[in-house]
Design a protein around this ligand. Structure first.
Ligand code: ZN
Length: 399
């Protein structure tokens, strides 16, 4: 539009229709209805049966060839009746003018008053289901991503994720999974917050020293995001309780600080076919992989036996860079979200090593072990009566 032109000039030369007239045309099947607002507007409210061609702020994008081509694609051809709308009818007026004068459309009208006028006239609108207005706002930066969308966010809100350990890995992972809107977060930990934890376990704080870690984490999560249900499992996982606990969850985050728990979790999760995002940290180095039973290797395929005691962080007070632990915990949270939504490439069959001093990532391929006693083709079937019974891992690891 020329700089001397006002919106009134434009509205005077285009065709405008009332919301009622527009609805009649759409219902008769004579017109293509096009929303010219931004994606974020559509998540709030839109008109049923519409198409989407964003015209940009003030309609500036309606002058681009892309916009004309997009509407032509939606309409089928440029002689077709096209009704454009926006929030209050200004942007769509500019778009209607551009479609007519610049893009060769023959029969375009803008809906007067936009969707606000449409709603004021009592005509029906579509409000995305399953999310409240507060949730649409809270998660708008997720839902704006086409790969996530409202559908992906709803998957997260309905997901149940178990974190084994609310420590160096579990604390940052839980914090971000809670912020992301994972609807149920289970926390397994029987420890209490210690001052020496606070250098990396950012879900806890100084006032909570002495408090059970699951309780401290729950308090932080509840104040961060009221959408999240926190389930506290204030205990150690053992052969008698593990199947019962993990059966309720969709994905498990392994942030255990000892090998007996890792092997126990692996064997139980393979049996129940639960994906596990597993990471470990020591000093300046971390590693992470995603174990999806029978789709890729399991933890035992990767580590048939635990490393010697001097390499096992749980066997002594080992130092760890707090920030590195945070990086690994967030990589776990990232893997969880991909698994929950079903996007991207999970770390299945890949072991990712992170060297924080060199700031280097190295990826190793890991294959399923045909000799694996848990997920291999010759793994012995354990009768149902034996479910929940595992060999003595404490002894196994000590050996
Ligand atoms: Zn295996």
């Amino acid at each position: 539009m020329a700089s001397t032109e006002t919106l009134e000039d434009i509205k005077a030369r285009i065709e405008q229709v009332t919301p009622e007239e527009a609805q009649n045309e759409v219902e008769a099947g004579d017109a293509v209805l096009v929303d010219t607002r931004d994606a974020v507007n559509r998540q709030e409210v839109r008109i049923d049966g519409d198409e989407f061609a964003p015209a940009g702020n003030g309609g500036v994008q309606s002058h681009t060839e892309e916009f004309g081509d997009r509407v032509a694609e939606l309409a089928g051809d440029r002689s077709k009746r096209v009704l454009v709308y926006c929030n209050v009818g200004n942007r769509s007026a500019v778009a209607a003018d551009a479609l007519t004068r610049e893009h060769g459309f023959e029969n375009v009208a803008s809906i007067e008053g936009g969707i606000a006028g449409w709603e004021a006239a009592g005509l029906p609108v579509v409000v995305p289901e399953g999310m409240s207005a507060e949730q649409r706002n809270r998660y708008s930066r997720h839902t704006l991503l086409p790969e996530v969308g409202v559908e992906g966010q709803l998957k997260m809100l309905n997901a149940k994720v178990l974190l084994v350990g609310a420590g160096g890995l579990g604390a940052p992972a839980a914090l971000y999974l809670a912020a992301a809107g994972i609807g149920t977060l289970g926390l397994v930990d029987d420890d209490e917050v210690d001052e020496s934890n606070l250098q990396r376990q950012v879900i806890h704080n100084t006032e909570r020293v002495g408090m059970p870690k699951t309780e401290s984490a729950r308090k932080t999560i509840e104040s961060l995001n009221p959408d999240v249900d926190v389930v506290e499992h204030r205990m150690r996982l053992d052969a008698s309780n593990i199947l019962d606990i993990i059966s309720d969850y969709d994905v498990i985050v392994d942030g255990a600080d000892n090998f007996p728990t890792r092997y126990l979790l692996n064997d139980a999760s393979v049996r129940l076919r639960k994906p596990v995002v597993s990471a470990s940290i020591l000093a300046f180095d971390g590693q992470i992989s995603t174990f999806v039973p029978f789709e890729g290797p399991c933890y035992r395929c990767l580590y048939p036996t635990p490393p010697p005691a001097e390499l096992a962080p749980s066997c002594g007070a080992a130092g760890v860079l707090g920030v590195m632990a945070g990086v690994m915990g967030l990589l776990q949270a990232n893997e969880v979200i991909k698994l929950v939504i079903g996007i991207g490439e999970p770390l299945i069959g890949r072991l990712l090593l992170y060297d924080s001093l060199g700031t280097r990532f190295t990826e190793l391929k890991v294959r399923r072990d045909p000799e694996c006693p848990i997920c291999g083709p010759n793994a012995e079937e354990i009768p149902e009566s034996e479910l929940g019974k595992f060999p003595d891992y404490e002894l196994f690891c000590a050996a």
